[in-house]
Design a protein around this ligand. Sequence first.
Ligand code: ADE
Length: 247
Amino acid sequence: MKIDILTLFPEMFEGVLNSSILKKAQEKEAVTYTVIDFREFTTNKHRKVDDYPYGGGAGMVLAPQPLFDAVESMKDGQEKEPRIILMCPQGEPLTQKKAEELAEEDHLIFVCGHYEGYDERIREHLATDEISIGDYVLTGGELAAMVVIDSVTRLLPEVLGNEASSKLDSYSSGLLEHPHYTRPADFRGMKVPDVLLSGDHAKIQKWRDRESLKRTFLRRPDLIDEGSLSDEDRKFLEELKNNTNAE
Ligand code: ADE
């Protein structure tokens, strides 16, 4: 996969793209990242990329010319058009499903805005997607783009050593993950649940499934799609609901 990033602050990406799994993903040639300062594309003689809003008001607006020219220069003539992703708080919320959808693409171009906003023609005629990472406002789209890039890169084939590990994540099954424990079995009197030491794989799996459902019910009930649960899980969920009501 090719990931291009258009930003006015390329230095912000150095540490993140060159550490840990994202670094390994590049070494394995699963992905190439190119970070471009779109100020390089402005035709303004003062190198400006923004301007005052028509109609007045506070703040500056990113002008269309530098971003249209920068994106056009990144298109490499491949048959499949790249996805052009505008980072902004008004965008579609990032979900695991969206990350999975983007991980199927060959070429992503991220546009990181700063200042008050984008000229509307960038949204309407340049972007294919607008993504928000949450209902809060950041100083710019860079941190948000890094979050999306991380969530997409780890899904690319061969990036995670253990193929299964991204499939078992919180969210990819629709539910939150069950608790994990490692050695020692007793740490300062805090004990690992007996079932995990039992060696009975069927029992362990059942415990994990129930804990996963319980945790999701307690923390994120909005994620539970009752229609997709087995009869047994639905019964367990009813028990959880009854217990909570009784308390
Ligand atoms: N730019 C500023 N805030 C943002 C957010 N919450 N998500 C994506 N891009 C942003």
